[in-house]
Design a protein around this ligand. Structure first.
Ligand SMILES: Nc1ncnc2c1ncn2[C@@H]1O[C@H](COP(=O)(O)OP(=O)(O)O)[C@@H](O)[C@H]1O
Ligand SMILES: [Mg+2]
Length: 270
């Protein structure tokens, strides 16, 4: 696994980020489903325009943590949250937060590509239309730019009005990422975005993720440690709802501080 690491790259200390460099500040976040605690007192600062991966065994709370960043957990009646999640200095769990606006700033993509059953173009401009944008030129430009951002423009520019369901699954996943990008989000949450894809499409998406950080803060959940090592700048290791270790990716994989991290990354459990 060590071939993935550029060991000459200086280690970044997450404790010394300036306020401007922090996209999300997670402050003593605890999450319950009924009486069961799924996240325990999580504290982490997620750097802006960097790629942060979340790893850990199945059921450790990765998706639950990601869902805290766009308030997806609001949809689950048994879910209760304590603590704060700050973006641009504001707690997104404040009762006055506009959740629809939050979700357009924090896009989310899931494991299985889920384009809407409509044309490629209609998928891309769906969110803007919901926001009331009607101007054709604005919609066209947003669609083209989003497709260019995910390196899909060349492949689909002559198929914009075909059903999105006619694309390959790798293309569909890039389209879904483009659909989120068309809303000009600040943050992209990717929950195991390549688990349902073949190896070639997986590589394409991994390359795309590394490009996306020029414009976006990216959080990617993966159960694939090689993927975390290949794409991310920072890695968080969760176990049983506890954040065991969170640091520079090179550091976490080559010199973990915690024994549990070492056991996990060397394949002794999970
Ligand atoms: N809607 C829910 N209701 C009750 N428990 C849930 C719900 N969603 C997840 N959980 C539980 O929370 C824990 C974390 O789940 P999850 O975040 O999906 O893990 P991961 O993504 O790491 O596999 C698991 O024990 C899971 O069973
Ligand atoms: Mg999950």
């Amino acid at each position: 696994m060590f071939e993935y690491f550029d060991l000459s790259k200086p280690e970044v200390d997450l404790d010394n980020l300036s306020a401007d460099d922090v996209a999300i500040e997670v402050d003593n976040l605890t999450l319950y489903f009924d009486q069961k605690r799924a996240l325990h007192d999580i504290k982490m600062r997620i750097p802006r325009r960097q790629i942060t991966s979340v790893i850990g065994p199945s059921g450790c709370g990765k998706s639950t943590l990601l869902g805290c960043f766009n308030r997806l957990n609001d949809l689950i009646p048994s879910c209760r949250i304590e603590g704060q999640v700050l973006m641009n200095g504001r707690n997104i769990y404040h009762r006055k937060e506009d959740v629809a606006a939050l979700r357009s700033k924090v896009g989310m993509v899931f494991q299985k590509p889920n384009p809407f059953p409509m044309s490629v173009y209609d998928n891309l401009v769906y969110g803007l239309r919901v926001q009331g944008v009607k101007d054709r030129r604005t919609l066209d430009n947003a669609a083209e730019q989003a497709l260019r951002d995910v390196a899909l423009w060349r492949e689909v520019k002559d198929r914009l009005f075909d059903s999105a369901l006619t694309l390959s699954s790798g293309q569909q996943q890039r389209l879904v990422i483009a659909r989120a990008i068309a809303l000009q989000p600040e943050i992209l949450l990717l929950d195991e975005p390549t688990s349902a894809l073949d190896p070639i499409s997986t590589l394409t998406i991994e390359e795309l993720i590394t490009q996306l950080k020029q414009k976006y803060t990216v959080l990617v959940v993966t159960h694939n440690m090689q993927q975390a090592a290949r794409v991310s700048d920072f890695t968080a290791f969760l176990h049983n709802g506890h954040l065991i270790e969170y640091s520079d990716t090179n550091r976490l994989f080559t010199r973990p501080k915690e024994q549990q991290t070492e056991e996990y990354i060397t394949g002794r459990f999970g």
